[in-house]
Design a protein around this ligand. Sequence first.
Ligand code: FES
Length: 225
Amino acid sequence: MFACAASALAATLPATPAHASPRFYARARLVDPAGRPLRARALPANRNFIFHYPFAGTPCFLLNLGKPTKPFAQLKTANEETYEWPGGVGAEHSIVAYSAICAHRLTYPTREISFISYRGEKSAGSRFAQVIHCCSEHSQYDPAEGAKVVAGPAPQPLAAILLEYDPENDGLYAVGTLGGELFNEFFSKYEFRLALDYGGHPKTTVEGRSIVSELTEYCKQQVKC
Ligand code: FES
């Protein structure tokens, strides 16, 4: 009798939302293509930079948005797990990083071509400025609010890359991810291609350092839409 009453009560109570916890990987200092530690204050604003984290084959965007971001954006994964994005880092709290793998169908920037990147200005295909825009099916993400989806079919924000800032040396470090990782799906979808591009080791964990390149240097052709 009591069990019946308890289960009836449980059925009427709203379910407690699941929480997405940060996932910590090896700490990697962000360095320039010559191997020199990146200085946060010298990172140009509103330009696309690419690095790989937490695996050798998983690309991420590094962006200086040129203004402080709004901390504590409340976000949700496609699995209804809630999380709170901590905001940008650096002296101005303007530096952010996200997985560059689109949360819709996993479009990502390669050395040959990029359909997804940050756009400072509006365009024919976008009524929003200052968004990360995927030209495949026009998902758009707001990098100033944890890469929440502002348009298009993506079911969740881009996974955030957790950064640490050391004011002593003006250095930036990648330490983990927050939100809906899609790395398993990504490795499975592009297994053959990634094995070719990353010498058979796309799943090697990045540790110690990660090289940051400007997207225009990293990628031959950027599709704008
Ligand atoms: S893969 Fe990016 S919008 Fe569809």
